[in-house]
Ligand binder design. Structure first.
Ligand SMILES: NC(=O)c1ccc[n+]([C@@H]2O[C@H](COP(=O)([O-])OP(=O)(O)OC[C@H]3O[C@@H](n4cnc5c(N)ncnc54)[C@H](O)[C@@H]3O)[C@@H](O)[C@H]2O)c1
Length: 343
């Protein structure tokens, strides 16, 4: 087996997570790290790979088969385009870009140079996500009528040391809600409209803090969602699942999917149904579906390698991720214009 030669551009928090995944497999070989920060030079030395301060410097000397772009969101466009134009396939972290114009530019260039752009919506690689999608469209739940979800947590003060994380382009909407928009699109289908209200003022940053959202899906389903990165709570995906050791697991659910015949707690996958006619006169019982949580970053990396080798087709393309970005950005537009945004 020949390993796929990869580079990581941006060796911060998430760049290190990709590096950790890479250490577990022989299917991928890290050949370079690109990041102007001094500490990334030491990481490259430790990994025994080349270090470059700029992507152009790397591409002038070595051209990897794939590049994983982990720079701050505002800096996704330039390295993604440079990598594509040099002939590399790209896995760019989410959101695909800071705005829709840049996202579309990435799509266009990728098509022009016939290279794949995958986007780091890593939750799509969990088996429980596939199972949730199956349950939600099964007879057990009947017709899906509504979903209520929540992502509420309080980020640590030192999270805001890099200035870019204090900005609206990297507040909880584009950093956290985008994952929720993506999994809802994955489980329930396309979003038709978004209505939202934003609140801030607890922290002294320009970004938003607490957001209430109502969305309507093309299948007629209604969704309410509460988002906040200023309140400590166990009700969010990371604490629910314990996918990241830095966020201790609580095992709480953060979603309820509600159908005409039954409902589903998520991500614990507890299916509730009545013993008899599904109405309020009948006792409800539950069935738990246990699915072990894989390392989604390893699955994502292996998939990226196989896409590069043309053995698999991308699970999430630039076009798909742009739809997730459009639904997420609609939150800002709706709140600013105080109206419902139709996508
Ligand atoms: N998939 C996920 O769950 C997940 C989790 C966290 C972050 N992210 C995304 O990853 C991206 C980065 O987030 P982070 O928290 O790792 O940021 P970070 O600030 O920890 O790291 C960013 C790194 O990029 C480097 N950098 C800046 N400009 C560069 C350039 N031009 N070329 C090369 N390197 C450059 C910085 O020096 C820094 O080391 C964001 O878009 C974020 O939304 C995704």
């Amino acid at each position: 087996m020949t390993a796929v030669k990869l580079a990581i551009v941006g060796m911060g928090m998430i760049g290190k997570r990709h590096l950790q995944a890479m250490r577990t497999t022989k299917e991928a070989e890290l050949i370079a790290i690109v990041d102007p920060a001094e500490q990334s030079k030491a990481i490259a030395l430790n990994e025994g790979v080349r270090w470059f301060a700029k992507i152009e410097e790397m591409l002038a000397e070595v051209v990897p088969e794939g590049v994983i772009v982990c720079t701050p969101t505002e800096i996704h466009l330039a390295p993604t385009l440079s990598a594509l134009e040099a002939g590399c396939h790209v896995l760019v972290e989410k959101p695909i870009a800071a705005n829709l114009e840049e996202a579309r530019e990435i799509q266009l260039v990728a098509e022009k140079v016939s290279r794949n752009v995958m986007v780091g919506h890593h939750r799509r690689y969990y088996g429980l996500m596939e199972l949730a999608r199956e349950i939600v469209s099964s007879k057990k739940l009947g017709r899906l009528l509504a979903v209520h979800g929540q992502w509420t947590s309080r980020k640590a003060d030192d999270y805001y040391i890099p200035k870019w994380r204090q900005q609206r382009s990297s507040g909880p909407v584009l950093i956290n809600l985008i994952h929720e928009m993506d999994i809802l699109r994955f489980i329930c289908g396309e979003i038709e409209s978004v209505t939202a209200q934003l609140q801030s003022g607890f922290q002294e940053h320009p970004k938003e803090e607490t957001v209430a959202i109502v969305s309507c899906f093309k299948n007629g389903m209604q969704r309410t969602f509460l988002l906040s990165d200023a309140t400590p709570s166990p009700w969010n995906w990371e604490h629910a699942t314990g996918e990241n050791v830095n966020f201790p697991r609580t095992g709480q659910n953060s979603y309820r999917f509600l159908g005409s015949e039954g409902c589903l707690d998520f991500p614990n996958l507890r299916i509730w149904a009545s013993e008899g006619t599904p109405d309020w006169n009948h006792l409800m019982d539950f069935e738990d579906r246990n699915v072990p949580l894989e390392d989604a970053y390893i699955s994502q990396l292996l998939h990226f390698c196989r896409v590069i080798k043309q053995e698999e087709t991308p699970r999430i393309t630039a076009k798909d991720a742009t739809k997730t970005l459009a639904a997420t950005l609609a939150v800002f537009v709706s709140a600013e214009q105080q109206r419902t945004i139709t996508l």
